[in-house]
Write a protein that binds this ligand. Structure first.
Ligand code: TYM
Length: 337
């Protein structure tokens, strides 16, 4: 049994990218491992966001975790800001990193250039730069062995490894060195109209994205209208057929089948049949998730689960925080008092 930890940032409506790259893994791993899964609300304020939107997002993500099958009896589900140690440790981690190290992060480069382009402003929130230090703190507080995430988070997990090693070399063995783990298929779901870029919850063009809470019929339409090519033959070729390959990845991942099985099934059929079937598969998945979600979203049970999760998480995080404080010298009590 391994200890695992992961989270999702509360910046928007979750997409099938979040589901296939992250949540679906959590559901699988919780069977035989101890998982800590949280809603990264503190990460949500690293870019400007309305207060009401943020708090709705937090609740939505929590309800979606449960709707997708996370089991609070097995998995500790909590909200990041409910556990004060996250922000505390983040400051200590921040002081153990360099500006060079943080500004080399791909997501920092992407997000800061988007901020300039989309909002036509030179206002770059410091939070975009320091974001990974908070993520490193999230991870190192729980000494997890594995971090199940999509491909785009690999660099941040590597930073967590580097910082953990740096700390351990200086202060003795404090942190477990975590490993990145990602699904073979579904680790990077691409935008439907622009398969060169990642499907993202913050994409301005909503035709690129399938949201877990959108109308299933509208989601199917997006699949039917997704960008492919003129060949009308279903086979996997990421370089030359990125659109079809992305749709194949989605189908394989949702239905747990291989790319070869898909190629064989559609060998004598064209894109219309393939897209139509995938549209149905997605609509079915969304309907199933949304049925569960609607039963949970307004329930008090949700609040109780998050409260219980925060209590569980605090026990682990506070203990680790005390060890870190002691190691770095943030103590003043007489040793033998
Ligand atoms: P976030 O909120 O951007 O994404 C949440 C999870 O979804 C995965 N993901 C995708 N997977 C496949 N295809 C896509 N198109 C796609 N888009 C997103 C992400 O890889 C991620 O696993 N910083 C993190 C949240 C976080 C965290 C942590 C994760 C905060 N602290 C500690 C792990 C451990 C983030 O913003 O993910």
């Amino acid at each position: 049994m391994k200890k695992m930890l992961s989270g999702i940032t509360a910046t928007g409506n979750l997409t099938i990218g979040n589901y296939l790259g992250a949540i679906k893994q959590f559901i699988e791993y919780q069977k035989n491992n101890k998982m800590y899964v949280f809603i990264a609300d503190l990460h949500g304020i690293t870019v400007p966001i309305e207060a009401e939107t943020l708090s709705n997002n937090i609740r939505n993500i929590a309800a979606l975790y449960l709707a997708c099958g996370l089991n609070p009896q097995k998995t500790t589900i909590f909200v990041q800001s409910d556990v004060a140690a996250h922000a505390n440790l983040a400051h200590i981690i921040l002081c153990a990193t360099t500006i060079g190290e943080l500004s080399r992060m791909t997501q920092y480069k992407d997000k800061s250039s988007k901020q300039k382009k989309n909002n036509n402003t030179s206002f770059i929130p410091t939070g975009i730069l320091t974001y990974p230090t908070l993520m490193v703190a999230d991870i190192l507080l729980y000494n997890p062995d594995l971090i199940p995430v999509g491909q785009d988070q690999k660099q941040h997990v590597e930073l967590a490894r580097n910082v953990a090693e740096r700390f351990n070399n200086r202060y003795g063995k404090i942190f477990t060195i975590p490993e990145f783990i990602t699904p073979k298929i579904g680790t990077k779901i691409m935008a439907l109209k622009d398969p060169a870029k990642k499907m993202s919850k913050s994409d301005k063009n909503t035709k690129n994205t399938i949201f877990l809470l959108e109308d299933p019929a509208a989601a199917k339409k997006k699949i039917l209208q997704s960008l492919t090519d003129n060949e009308n033959k279903v086979y996997y070729d990421l370089e030359n057929k990125p659109g079809v390959s992305n749709l194949m990845n989605i189908m394989a991942s949702v239905d747990d089948i291989s790319l070869q099985e898909i190629t064989d099934k559609y060998k004598d059929l064209g894109y219309r049949e393939f897209k139509n079937d995938l549209g149905d598969i997605i609509a079915k998945l969304l309907t199933k998730i949304q049925t569960q979600y609607n039963q949970i979203i307004n329930s008090q049970k949700l609040d109780k689960i998050l409260e219980q999760g925060a209590n569980e998480a605090r026990i682990v995080a506070d203990k680790q925080m005390a060890i870190v404080k002691e190691a770095v010298g943030l103590t003043y009590k007489q040793k033998n008092a």
